[in-house]
Design a protein around this ligand. Sequence first.
Ligand code: IVH
Length: 669
Amino acid sequence: MSQQVKTRVEQLRKEITQHNKNYYIHDNPTIPDAEYDRLMRELQALEKEFPGLQTPDSPTLRVGAQPLKEFGQVQHKIPMLSLDNIFDDAGVEDFDRKIREGLGRDKIKYVAEPKLDGLSVSIRYENGIFVEGATRGDGSKGERITENIRTINTVPLKLEGENIPDVVEVRGEVVIRKDDFEKLNQTRLEAGENLFANPRNAAAGSLRQLDSRITATRPLTFFPFGLGDISEEVSGSHWEILQQINAWGFSVSSEAKQVTGAEELKQYCAQMIERRNGLDYEIDGVVYKLDDVYAREELGMTSRAPRWAIAHKLPAQEELTTVESIEASVGRTGVITPVANLKPVNIGGVTVSRATLHNQSEVDRKDVREGDTVIVRRAGDVIPEVVSVVKEKRLPDSEHWKLPQQCPVCGYPAERVEGEAALKCTGGIHCAAQKIGTIIHFVSRNAMDIDGLGDKLVEQLAEQNMISIASDLYDLTAEQIAGMERMGEKSAANTIAAIEKSKDSTLPRFIYALGIPQVGQQTAKQLAQHFTSLESLQTATEEQLLEVDDVGPIVAKAIMKFFADELNQQNIQRLITSGIRWSVIEKADENLSHLFTGKTVVLTGTLSSMGRSECKEKLEALGAKVSGSVSKKTDFVVYGESAGSKLTKAQDLGIRCIDEDELLGLINE
Ligand code: IVH
């Protein structure tokens, strides 16, 4: 193999590692994702062609390896200790006093750090190269989770800079950031999978995977907080050690601070309590550590924890309470969610009396019943949720709880939407809970696109009984709107103008705006293309509806039922009479012939060169059907930045996946 190839591989590795660091450590990417992916693919291709060039620190290995049968054991040369806990200011003073007395000093320098709520791991480097990752286990023996740790982007595979000891173990906590956790659970909810109770459980479950390819799809982050085994000394100050760890390419929490004496420790703790909800990750306390590493030995250990450090636990974000009742709550979009009404309980300073149970499968999995004693959790801005049931305290006559088959608000049947875990009310505009929601949907950007009619204004108008159905919008006057809160005459006139402008619409938009159950934008488009007029759609038979690609028996029935409904008919009639119009639809070009023509394409992630709807339009112009979920019927998956489970699923199903570069090439063919 030529020197040229070798040099290119080294250069690619260096570039990718730097981009990785810019993205994950500095939060400051300098190239588009598509370019990053291109570099990665080039490196993968070269390593495949020249296996001799593969190195253990190659970023290509972060995607995970073949599954293990079991984890091996790792004996920690330096035990991974636990910490004693304190809970209040008196505990802080006591800790500081014992250290002052033990060392015979007046003022003690400390490092105060957030106590991250994750799992502690030890990561070993030999000659600067990542060689092993291990869990804490019982403190002296842990599990070897090397391949899982390798997938974590904030763990360097090769240490950078100076002062790299022959052997060094960096220790710290693996966590999942709050926003990543929300996204992860949302994806699982949509896929009908069990939800993780909290970021810590999600991190633990992800690290415990024998298949590191699964771990690679989880958004794990690593925050170092110290060193384990080391072949040569780095510094006598813990603060300096943390700076050195950063210089090796890690990212120590920016909340770590140098402080002196008990007063400053207490101040640090008070500040962290204030900042807690705003932090990116969950903390369950703060940790105080003696900065002078040599003096630590003088203090020694208690039975299981060192005397030179302590954990100051913060008030819990989980509390015990009882479920007084469970109700089915109907949201604006008709989604029926089980909600627990709780005996009010104070969690971290906030009274909580309701908690979401997400959906029926979550109720079943946790088996939450009325009268149960439960653990409720509230973290930051997240909606409080029932974590688990204390089964020992269950009442003998309690019964399993099931969502009703009818909407509790309007009595219309509730149905499960295909491919979703949620149960939905089919009442549409008959349902008082959905009245506002259907109007908000009607005016939204992809529907009638009425600019200036925001959710708040729709709510106010509905509350004042000025609108109760979409067709009422076209009878509104500027005076009525001007009478609403924070509405001047000018903005009222603008809103009326926007309502007027929306009358020039398109048939697909209008069909979508009606909010027919099961009919999203894509189906609306296909219905418009197929029937070309509203009248033919309204009078279509089931057989005719089934001729449309996206329409199966469930959707066909929903459409027929919608148009058979008298209130819907009146609404449509009034909308048309008020002047809504569209130009005649041309039938799809049957002479089109392109790789995408007649194929089902799924978009996932964010594209850098165009928005999702623009991309969709381009694909549709080429005759593609753009669908929202990946199945065996999918022909292509187009993926952009932060593509998640859809991409993984497509890869598992062997579906051709196309990145942005390739897509642009194909579109322009
Ligand atoms: S220091 C001897 N620092 O808390 C020092 N631990 O209760 C050992 N933890 O097992 C740990 N954040 O999992 C330290 N900034 C931090 C920490 C931290 C979280 C966890 C760690 C440890 C447990 C001890």
